[in-house]
Design a protein. Structure first.
Length: 308
């Protein structure tokens, strides 16, 4: 007899996360909303990641495990998505954790929204590799995030473990781009929001995710690719925004590039901002503050040259 379709499919890409994966899976099994399937795709791990996942699968049929040669997190997520059966998809990285009411509160928020709501995301708290609490991650206070509110802070959710998304827009948008290692999540959200049927994402104002910061995680080692993705996203989807909104996004991208120490990307966005500076009434103070805060001395010198 076929298993009934669950309410939500949980997608976890996993590569060499043996020290963390057991705790991650246990946080799923402890959910107060129990109608789910948890699909873990081992992406060519060289440690005991796969064995740990399979031990949980042997004990609980809701946990499903697949394996592939190492192809990256995007390919692992896509493989899990193609195995998923539920109308709602939740994402959880192999080293992050959910609080027990993550699914219950996320699904309740989403089902209360109209059909043009893509999904939900919640606030997160940061934890260290050893599980120590660091701080509550910065999160938007706005409840409804359209394309502008999702992109202006680079990526409003902040991480990939706090989202519950309707299945249909994910597949309409073509899933994750497997050709890039960083920033593919931002690109997918914007691709979904650029379609006329889907308008916004709802933010759940509660810290229901513990997001682990690791020195060797993708988010720490692919900064240039993430910045290139930001550039390409604005070029592809710039028509979604009015001129002032585009200038605001470029200012945020410039600050991000300075923060990451990428002078080339920062100067490119700064040059565009210079040409659009009248769109932002307080552009001078904000530009200077961004450069001073993140050490962008070369941008200040460039600004002086353009100003002269």
């Amino acid at each position: 007899m076929n298993n009934p379709i669950p309410a939500v499919s949980i997608v976890t890409p996993a590569r060499d996360v043996a020290p963390y994966l057991g705790e991650t899976i246990r946080s799923v099994l402890a959910q107060s909303h129990a109608d789910f399937e948890h699909i873990i795709v081992d992406d060519g791990s060289t440690d005991e990641t796969r064995e740990i996942a399979e031990s949980f699968s042997a004990a609980d049929p809701r946990v499903r495990v697949a394996a592939q040669a190492p192809r990256g997190a995007s390919a692992a997520r896509n493989a899990a998505l193609r195995l998923a059966r539920a109308p709602l998809i939740a994402f959880l990285d192999g080293d992050d954790l959910w609080r027990p009411d993550f699914l219950k509160r996320s699904l309740a928020a989403l089902t209360a929204e109209p059909a043009d709501c893509i999904g939900t995301f919640c606030w997160s708290e940061d934890i260290a590799e050893d599980g120590r609490h660091l701080q509550r991650a910065t999160a938007p206070t706005i409840g409804r995030c359209d394309a502008y509110e999702m992109l202006r802070p680079i990526c409003a959710p902040g991480n990939g473990s706090c989202l519950v998304i309707r299945r249909e827009p994910l597949f309409e948008a073509g899933l994750f781009d497997e050709g890039v290692a960083s920033g593919q999540d931002i690109a997918l959200w914007m691709e979904m929001l650029s379609r006329s049927s889907w308008r916004y994402v709802r933010c759940v104002h509660a810290p229901l995710v513990l997001h682990r910061h690791r020195s060797k995680s993708l988010s720490s080692t692919h900064r240039q690719e993430r910045l290139a993705n930001c550039r390409d996203i604005l070029a592809r989807h710039g028509g979604l925004f009015d001129p002032r909104q585009r200038a605001e996004i470029r200012l945020r991208f410039m600050r991000y590039a300075v923060e990451l120490g990428s002078d080339g990307f920062a100067r490119g966005w700064a040059r565009q901002l210079w040409d659009e500076r009248e769109l932002l009434p307080d552009w001078r103070a904000r530009w200077t503050a961004a450069c001073v805060r993140f050490g962008g001395a070369s941008l200040l010198r460039a600004w002086e040259g353009w100003n002269g």
